[in-house]
Design a protein around this ligand. Structure first.
Ligand SMILES: [Zn+2]
Ligand SMILES: [Zn+2]
Length: 361
């Protein structure tokens, strides 16, 4: 690791997801006095890394993926108050915000219009203003200490990596909307990277969990993760949901279909229940108003989570011993891992390990 450049796996074009990531030296962001340098030991692979590197969200230019970063703080700026050298920290999808708007002041900075995503977005402030952020498929991460959250000592750092995106994306709305407290019965649509985390976390929050997935393929896993009910979906949701009407208080929808038949899913909600959408669905939702009005139901969205949400989730994971289902890959094998990821093989999350930085396989 040098002050000048960071060894990083760079996606230069769409071949980045088919085995073409190149190991290159990349210049880190310009240093700010509230920055930390983190020696990266682990980084999860998420579907949105895959999307960014494939050019699905924005025109392709050289990018370093990875936004489930865990490692050790090796340098702190003079204005860093929350961390010290030697701390283990995690960094998720967000690496900066404007820090001045009401949302930022209220610690809702994941909704700040001036958000900087951890990879592939330009910084809006500070010494690095106008330059591109780089993710965790690399040997080091540099960024604002607010977005590097300290891990509890009892949490396995390799297992914790996917909490930083998959985990907090489902945890933040469950915390906001009272999973396990005011809303006891939680449904999870889709059992994949996010959905499997949602089942584990909802159960740890004290909720009774119903998993909803296509066919029977995920049934055994869903029950092993802690769901008590499994609804298998097929061609006709109305038929599939018979007997389950009004049975859930909160539904976390993690899937990305072309069209989401939200009216059918609404039938599962009890009065005052909410569907939270965390997976992008490109076709606008057709939401019928009568079940919303008569039952006071709602359909809302949720975006990642704040650093406070991440800290709360770390604490919950440590206390309840939440173990995501993680397969570790040496980061040197990232190109093989990305190909398998694209083939839908994770069961349910891949974590890349920098063994030369002290990460454990
Ligand atoms: Zn802001
Ligand atoms: Zn992600």
């Amino acid at each position: 690791m040098s002050d000048e450049t960071v060894g990083s796996w760079v996606g230069l074009d769409a071949a980045g997801v088919t085995g073409g990531l190149q190991f290159q030296q990349v210049t880190p962001k310009a240093w700010d006095e509230d920055d930390v340098d983190v020696k990266i030991m682990y980084c999860g692979i998420c579907a949105s890394d895959y999307g960014v590197l494939k050019g699905e969200y924005a025109p392709l230019e050289p990018r370093v993926g990875g936004h489930e970063i865990v490692g050790e703080v090796v340098r702190v700026g003079p204005k860093v108050a929350n961390l010290k050298v030697g701390d283990m920290v995690g960094v998720g999808w967000q690496c900066d915000a404007c820090r001045e708007c009401d949302l930022c002041k209220n610690k809702d900075d994941q909704y700040c219009a001036g958000i900087t995503w951890t990879l592939g977005l330009k910084y809006g402030r500070g010494a690095a203003k106008g330059t591109m952020s780089h993710g965790g498929f690399a040997k080091m991460w540099r960024g604002a200490s607010r977005y590097a959250v300290k891990l509890p000592a009892s949490l396995d750092p390799g297992n914790a990596a996917p909490l930083l995106c998959a985990g907090v994306t489902v945890y933040s709305p469950m915390k906001t909307y009272g999973a396990g407290t005011t809303r006891k019965r939680v449904g999870v649509i889709g059992i994949g990277g996010l959905g499997h985390a949602a089942v584990l976390i909802a159960k740890a929050m004290g909720a009774q969990v119903t998993a909803i997935s296509r066919g029977e393929a995920k049934k055994a896993d869903a029950l092993a993760l802690g769901a008590t009910t499994y609804i298998s979906t097929g061609k006709d949701l109305k038929e599939d949901f018979k007997g389950h009407e009004n049975s859930l208080d909160l539904i976390i929808c993690t899937i990305n279909p072309d069209v989401l038949p939200v009216a059918d899913y609404l039938s599962l909600l009890a009065p005052k229940g909410l569907i939270v959408v965390v997976g992008i669905v490109l076709t606008p939702l057709a939401v019928p108003t009568i079940p919303l009005i008569i039952g006071g139901r709602g359909v809302v969205g949720s975006n990642i989570g704040s650093p406070e949400d991440i800290a709360d989730l770390f604490a919950l994971a440590a206390e309840k011993d939440i173990k995501l289902w993680v397969q570790r890959w040496n980061m040197d094998d990232i190109n093989k891992a990305m190909v398998d990821f694209g083939d839908g093989k994770p069961n349910y999350r891949y974590v890349l390990v920098n063994t030369d930085n002290g990460g454990k396989m």
